[in-house]
Design a binder for this molecule. Structure first.
Ligand SMILES: NC(=O)c1ccc[n+]([C@@H]2O[C@H](COP(=O)([O-])OP(=O)(O)OC[C@H]3O[C@@H](n4cnc5c(N)ncnc54)[C@H](OP(=O)(O)O)[C@@H]3O)[C@@H](O)[C@H]2O)c1
Length: 278
């Protein structure tokens, strides 16, 4: 298949491109500065040149805190940009995977969230990702993949931040009351590849297996990497940040399994594989 990958230079996009090529697909990369998804004309001309069979839409404004002070830019990319991608995808009769987020959920309670839970985002980024889902629905052959706590070899992420801070600090303060699941880009990318080859359309939660807090995640990163650093637990209210974040990001992956897709490995297994390569 001819597959356009948006955000192809981002931490997920790079691994999605690699996974698609490994499966024999022809990949067309779309990212800044060459193509801007907020420019409908640029998007259409790329689609016209390449006639895609499928699109994996990873491009997004992903800075959750910066979104609070610059909601206009965040909405332009995540909502208007997604509209441009969805319209072009539908026009060429292609399939679309829209990468969404656990932050579309309100994150109350402590039960794993199913895809049918009513979304109630608590920050600007989450609201724009949810509005992006609505825009993506212009596409008739659509997968919406809600993922969480993404880490990998490329770009910046929590794993790299913890390793970096541990070089200069003896004590790290990390939030202990937000619970969710880390997701390794390489595992997610392989699943997205399998998904786009299928026609089992729908909304799916996708993350590595197992739940933890950011504090437990940090402890495991530093223990596995052999760093002797004290990781001090703090609550969300003690940790100042511009954006409010949901406490419950536990996502049920039952629907993914019921649709015949394999669940991803446990996050600790994914972390070991990532750290070996970093
Ligand atoms: N990171 C997480 O923890 C997380 C969690 C849940 C869901 N997600 C979702 O997963 C997807 C991939 O995230 P990621 O972590 O790979 O993000 P990322 O590393 O920030 O990559 C996003 C890519 O999109 C590009 N981009 C931004 N604005 C664009 C525009 N107007 N036109 C074209 N490209 C543009 C970025 O380019 P620049 O770098 O030049 O801006 C970057 O290369 C996103 O949809 C995100 O919302 C991420």
């Amino acid at each position: 298949m001819n597959v356009i990958v948006t955000g192809s230079c981002g931490q997920l996009g790079i691994d999605v491109c690699a996974a698609l090529r490994a499966n024999g697909h022809c990949v067309i990369e779309l990212d800044l500065p060459r193509t801007d998804i907020t420019d409908a004309g640029q998007v259409l001309s790329l689609f016209e040149q390449n006639r895609p069979d499928a699109v994996i839409h990873c491009a997004a404004f992903t800075s959750v805190d910066r979104a609070e002070t610059d909601p206009e830019t965040c909405a332009r990319v995540n909502v208007d940009g997604t509209r441009n991608i969805a319209q072009a995808t539908e026009r060429y009769g292609a399939k679309l995977i829209y990468i969404s987020s656990d932050y579309v959920y309100g994150g109350t309670g402590s039960e794993p969230l199913t895809e049918s839970v009513e979304p109630h985002p608590v920050n600007v980024y989450g609201r724009t990702k949810l509005e992006g889902e609505e825009e993506a629905k212009r596409c008739s052959r659509l997968f919406i993949v809600r993922t969480s706590w993404v880490f990998g070899l490329h770009g910046s992420n929590f794993v790299k931040t913890m390793l970096h801070l541990s070089e200069s600090m003896d004590v790290l303060r990390v939030v202990c009351d937000q619970i969710g699941s880390p997701t390794f880009t390489e595992d997610l990318a392989r699943l997205l590849c399998t998904m786009i080859e299928s026609d089992r359309y729908g909304v799916y939660n996708v993350s590595n297996e197992g739940f933890c807090s950011w504090h437990e995640f940090a402890e495991e990163i530093l223990r596995t990497a052999g760093r002797k650093v004290c990781v001090w637990p703090v609550t969300s209210s003690e940790y100042a940040s511009a954006a409010c974040r949901p406490l419950n990001s536990r996502m049920s992956k039952q629907k993914l399994e019921d649709a015949g897709f394999a669940r991803l490995p446990h996050w600790k297994d994914a972390l070991v594989r990532c750290l070996r390569r970093l």
